[in-house]
Design a protein around this ligand. Sequence first.
Ligand code: SF4
Ligand code: SF4
Ligand code: FES
Length: 533
Amino acid sequence: MPTFKLDGREIPFEKGETVIQAAHRAGIDIPHYCWHPGLSVAANCRMCLVEVMPPPGRPAMMLNVLQYDPDSGEYVDQQKPKLQPACQQAVAEGLEIKSESSPHVTKARAAVQEFLLLNHPVDCPICDQAGECRLQDYWLEHQHSSKRMRDEPVHKPKAEIFGPTIVYDAERCIVCTRCVRFCEEVAQDPVLSVRERGNVNEIVVSPGRELDHDYTLMTEHVCPVGALTSKDFRFKARVWFLRSVRSVCQECATGCNAYLDYDPRNNTAYRHRPRENPEVNKYWMCDQGMLDYRRVHENRVLDAKIGGETVKVGTALDRAAELLRGAEAGKLAVLLSGQHSQEDNFGLLELATKQLGVTQVFATGRPAGKGDKILRHTDKNSNTAGVLALLAPRKPLGLAALASAIQTGAVTHVLALGSEIEDPTLAPALAKLKALVVLGTWNGALAQSASVTLPASSWAEADGSFVNSKGMTQESEQALEPLGQSRPAWKLAAAIGVRLGAPVPFRSLDELRAALSGSGPKSKRAVQSGAAQ
Ligand code: SF4
Ligand code: SF4
Ligand code: FES
């Protein structure tokens, strides 16, 4: 691989790369606002300026400047090298670049910072970007001087509603145009643009429009400062109190990689952010996925129930075992779920097929929905491919087949995973069952009709893996302690097995995963990455 020199260090690069791209890949941060690895180059913020050293024997490109001389009190003629934006400067073999090591670059970055903050309000105490704002970070790293301007700053619109999800503060905006480029290049809806020039410019929404495409929260996320904020997250939490785990979006079969941010002090999830994965979602997520974290706390099954009465989990497990024991041979069916992890599905399947001899296996999930050519898949389940792989070469039957098997009397007892199913045609069939044991996370048709409901933890409360539509197995980490009385569904299945005298051969997640890897899908593991942009 060819190399160039950055501050004396040899950096490999690929043909066509810019200085900032090659440095970014090598783990070296060149300060930047307007550059984003997933967007076109605008080179308008000038924060990434670097000094390009001339080839041997060639003079450097210099600029004539007037420099203030504090001794004489006069401005004197000086020369300085013409710095180049690293986000636009292409690299070539043998090129020598100075970034941290150039006093001219140090001075330029401080000046750019001071310029960007000239009219910036002192909003940090009430700004939701505080704690993860480039202006704050770079002030500390590259400026650390107090404000010299004594004039009244330019005032611009504040708290402007851009659409159902986003609020804009023009005074905080540095007009880097990341949001404009994101809407045009990624969301494919060029609804934002820049109005005016100089220190009165601002971002505006096209006349007659709102910022209301399917990637508005991502538009906010690419903003490097607090100019765009999400209505969902505004004033809810301070980021320095939040912790993050590597998670996987549960809203569709694309399986976008995410960070789930949560506050361990109140065991509450606060937001989903994209986690970089070039093979799955690059740098992006859709609105539905970024709001998916809310399901952790909404419409949950948090208590064990027998016939609608809340009981202890142990009591419900005893009753579940009793009911299942009464099933006639061959009339017990198991229902898997594309909304649950491989571990949950595998745990239940092992109990049903290997320990209880169940042959009637059905699978379900949420119905198909809207997709697009960017990220969103029409399959609104996170693990459909995983369930199919667990059952391969058999094809699982769906809810309609289960309903008709119940109607004909071929199935009298059902042990089901997942509960967020809203299918009105199912209720009459479920009413005919002698027993329905549900390991459920969300309320829905199944939980409402259950003889026994056992509260199953959501993906945020357990380590789990999910197979996306490309067949990639991706791991999601536990963030929260299980809510209410809930436990991971595979543990509930194992506890039923013990009560039936048919224990599954794994007692820990590691043991389950070892068994799963022997029988699970032959898929490649996704790259677990997640660099900041
Ligand atoms: S709103 Fe944010 S992303 Fe858009 S131009 Fe202003 S600073 Fe940049
Ligand atoms: S595209 Fe699918 S997986 Fe990705 S964020 Fe949206 S809903 Fe989640
Ligand atoms: S990051 Fe290069 S000019 Fe903005």
